[in-house]
Write a protein that binds this ligand. Structure first.
Ligand code: ANZ
Ligand code: ZN
Length: 792
């Protein structure tokens, strides 16, 4: 027996797989019956090296890829580079090179690291966002959105990052700061490009029901879209001779509206500055409020505002109430104006107390009925809500309305490293799309690509000045580029047909492969990429380009990988490059370890000692399997064979059904332990084969080598083993499930299941769910082999 030499083995098998194109996927045969499986992990930004977070993500995808392939499915498992945009450009700025050169170098490096880790990727399908062969189609799809009025330009207050010198989408502003660099974001008014994602707000909510996604991700999206049912009510401002609309979810409280508040950005405020005797004070306040946007404004402890000197008529009481301007009212929500009900709204009460405004109770909170509300007094709140809106509607002073928090997606960036927007501005024709046959609009070279507030592309006069495609007169190209999230809104479609030169993809191929059967990536993309992609697919579906409405059928979020308690990132300098670890311990050890260290959906702390432990296990596996190969008895019966069958059942169930990746490794370790007691015992050879076969998705190189040692070939193509039911000593019992001490269900479970498994069974019961629904499980009490009690 030779000693285990991971470096030699890994290089050898990687060469074999590449030569045999083992993990490349052909297009389906016409009328193919074979089941497909589209495995996708979020593609990396090539902004530096791979880190252990990537290793977790792509190893998890790899395990599923092997698992499904060996179940006979036609598996698509592509890879690509999210190579346009801020991450890549900022990396280039840090290093002082050209973004293209830095990006290409990083890609080559990451690709090398990926090969080193032995991931089963179809390298023929690689795409890169900055490749003209790709972004030509990003531009073409943009034009389809433009033709439909779903991409448009408007002047709007935008989030401006003073550091990155560019506009950011709302999704890229976290607590008033730039998601990328942490600078406090400023408000600016600028002409920008938007995608009309708000037109799909209801569809995005509605189609959540088609998705097998983590509940918390759906909740995050639901809250982000923020659908509120309420009413728009009209308040007359006599002095200006206009009706001003407010959005309220509590029309029932209109009798308690004792003042009226406009956001500082509200269009009426300009008129007030002109017409009110308090004009100067209003102007001063608005200036301060605008400067205080972003973080400061949202976090402000003291409410501020200014009285306009004007009054508005409460449509329910007929009273004149004072009109204020205050920055706790946001222009981006509802109508940008509110009726303030300090008796029942917390924010309004604080404001009223600060400025000595009237507070009036109009709901008896205890009885849940209206008081001092004219004919509506004594009516229950919910009923009164509808009745008040109906009444005001009949007077022409209101109507039911729905408000969304979701804003249109601003996607133009004043940056160099992005997909050019194929638009020409013409003095006579206006905004003119570049015709499809003139695509791609290539990203030009510029003297200085660094952000300067003005789009860098505008500095290339030769590129900028073009004849108008429509009238031939002088025109100017759009000099903004697209947000990188546009590139990633359709990359998963291009993978299905990556070399198509006539179209972004063929409908036939995307309809075969899509939707993605399993998507793996970070939950930090919940309100960005995962929402944008769903929106794009909905539009493409309506355009007849794809035959489905949702891109990602199933979604899994991996946890954060930390080393020594801190999140791993380049900026913290706590990164050991995965390929260095692979050089020390072997890729198989790194792959096994990152999935062994804990449940993949939870944050994990990894240590180098842990990798060493796994490397030891692999050496033992090596020795024991070789011994079993030499002297092992090949019977498939007896205690050892039974243990092997149990392990097959457990590993298959964990990966395939429970989506748990650490426990299968422990199960194989147990099997190897048993085998190690006597590698020549009855059933030893079968047990060794089973251990090798089951560990293959995790550690494909050593598994392949050991499979050869056992006298076989091409493990990567072998059917996944099937447990012989008759060999399973599965004793079962009736698990009693209680919620708050009361029995709600009884289900069958296997003796010896772990606490986590029993709790999982309990939570899976529909009857139990009905009682838990929505509530938080505060405690779980488990009596092994008997009972689970959930305290909610
Ligand atoms: C009167 C009222 C009485 C309200 C009450 C609430 C409670 P959601 O549920 O998030 O949709 N509002 C409306 N537009 C606003 C804006 N642009 N900026 C700040 N606040 C705004 O919230 C809707 C409620 O938020 C609305 O209902 C309005 O206050 C406030 F006891 O109207 B309500
Ligand atoms: Zn023209």
């Amino acid at each position: 027996m030779e000693t285990y030499d991971p470096q030699a083995i890994e290089a050898k098998w990687q060469r074999v797989w590449e030569d045999e194109r083992a993990f490349y996927t052909d297009d389906p045969e016409p009328g193919e019956e074979r089941e497909k499986f589209y495995m996708l992990e979020m593609l990396p930004y090539p902004s530096g090296d791979l880190h252990m977070g990537h290793v977790l993500n792509y190893t998890l995808g790899d395990v599923l890829t092997h698992f499904r392939r060996r179940h006979g499915l036609r598996v698509l498992r592509p890879m690509g580079w999210d190579s346009f945009g801020l991450p890549a450009e900022n990396a280039a700025i840090r290093e002082g090179g050209h973004p293209r050169q830095i990006t290409d170098r990083n890609i080559a490096n990451i690709e090398r690291q990926m090969h080193r880790l032995g991931w089963a990727i179809d390298w023929d399908r690689v795409i890169a966002a900055h490749d003209p062969a790709y972004y030509r189609w990003t531009q073409s799809l943009f034009l389809r959105f433009f033709e439909k009025g779903l991409a448009y330009r408007k002047e709007a207050p935008v989030n401006w990052c003073p550091n990155d010198q560019t506009v950011l989408a709302n999704e890229q502003v976290i607590n008033g700061r730039c998601e990328r660099c942490g600078a406090v974001v400023e408000a600016r008014k600028m002409e920008q490009w938007f995608f009309r994602i708000t037109a799909y707000a209801d569809a995005l909510l509605e189609d959540h029901k088609l998705l097998d996604w983590p509940e918390r991700t759906i909740t995050i999206q639901r809250n982000w879209i923020g659908r509120s049912e309420g009413a728009e009510l009209l308040f007359r401002i006599e002095d200006l001779d206009i009706d001003a609309a407010v959005f309220t979810t509590r029309a029932d409280t209109v009798f308690g509206a004792t003042f009226f508040v406009l956001a500082p950005e509200h269009p009426l405020v300009d008129t007030m500055i002109e017409r009110s005797p308090h004009g100067d004070e209003i102007r001063d306040y608005v200036r301060i409020a605008m400067a205080r946007r972003g973080e400061e404004r949202a976090a402000a402890e003291e409410k501020t505002g200014v009285f306009t000197g004007l009054t508005a008529t409460n449509p329910a009481t007929g009273e004149e109430i004072p009109v204020w301007v205050a920055d706790y009212v946001l222009m981006e929500y509802g109508t940008g104006a509110i009726m303030a009900v300090p008796g029942h709204d917390e924010r309004d009460r604080e404001f009223a107390e600060r400025f000595g405004l009237e507070v009036r109770q109009v709901v008896d909170e205890e009885r849940g009925v209206l008081i001092d509300s004219g004919d509506f007094s004594e009516r229950p709140v919910d009923e009164a809500k509808r009745a008040v809106v109906g009444w005001l509607a009949s007077l022409g002073r209101g109507r039911p309305a729905v408000s969304f928090r979701l804003r249109d997606w601003g996607f133009s960036r004043q940056r160099y490293w992005g997909c050019p927007i194929p638009i020409v501005y013409c003095g006579s024709c206006g905004i003119v799309p570049v015709p499809d046959d003139q695509l791609p609009v290539l990203l030009p070279e510029v003297e200085d690509y660094r952000p300067k507030g003005k789009p860098p592309l505008a500095s290339n006069e030769e590129w900028l000045n073009v004849p108008c495609p429509s009238c031939g007169g002088p025109g100017l190209r759009e000099a903004d580029t697209m947000d990188t999230f546009v590139d990633s809104s359709w990359y998963f479609l291009r993978y299905c047909d990556p070399r198509n030169d006539d179209a972004p993809f063929s409908r036939e191929l995307v309809d075969f492969w899509m939707p993605v059967d399993q998507y793996v990536g970070g939950i930090d993309h919940a309100t960005g990429h995962l929402l944008y992609s769903r929106f794009w697919v909905k539009v493409l579906n309506e355009l007849g380009l794809v035959g489905f409405r949702e891109p990602f059928a199933r979604l899994f979020h991996q946890g954060w990988v930390r080393q020594g308690g801190t999140k791993m990132s380049k900026s913290r300098g706590n990164v050991t490059a995965p390929d260095q670890l692979a050089d020390m311990y072997g890729a198989d050890a790194v792959r096994l370890y990152i999935l062994f260290v804990g449940p993949a959906d939870q944050d994990m702390d990894w240590t180098e000692e842990g990798v060493e432990g796994i490397a030891r296990f692999l050496r033992r596996l090596w020795r024991i399997v070789h011994e079993a190969a030499a002297s092992g008895d090949s019977a498939a019966e007896g205690p050892l064979a039974r243990k092997a069958h149990e392990t097959i059942a457990k590993v298959t169930d964990d990966i395939g059904r429970r989506f748990v990746f650490n426990t299968p490794i422990a199960a194989v370790m147990e099997l190897v332990n048993e085998l190690g007691r006597d590698p020549s015992a009855a059933g030893a050879r079968f047990a060794a084969e089973t251990a090798v076969s089951l560990i293959q998705p995790y550690a494909p190189h050593v598994a392949e080598e050991l499979w050869s040692a056992l006298g076989h070939e091409r493990l990567w193509e072998q059917d996944w083993p099937v447990a012989d039911e008759s060999q399973l000593v599965r004793r079962t019992f009736e698990l009693v499930i209680q919620v708050n001490g009361r029995v709600r269900d009884r289900v069958e479970a296997s003796v010896g299941e772990s606490e986590a498994e029993l709790v999982e069974r309990a939570m899976a019961s529909p009857r139990v769910q009905a009682h838990v629904d929505g509530k938080q499980v505060r405690q779980t009490i488990v009596v092994p082999d008997r009972l689970v009690n959930l305290v909610v």
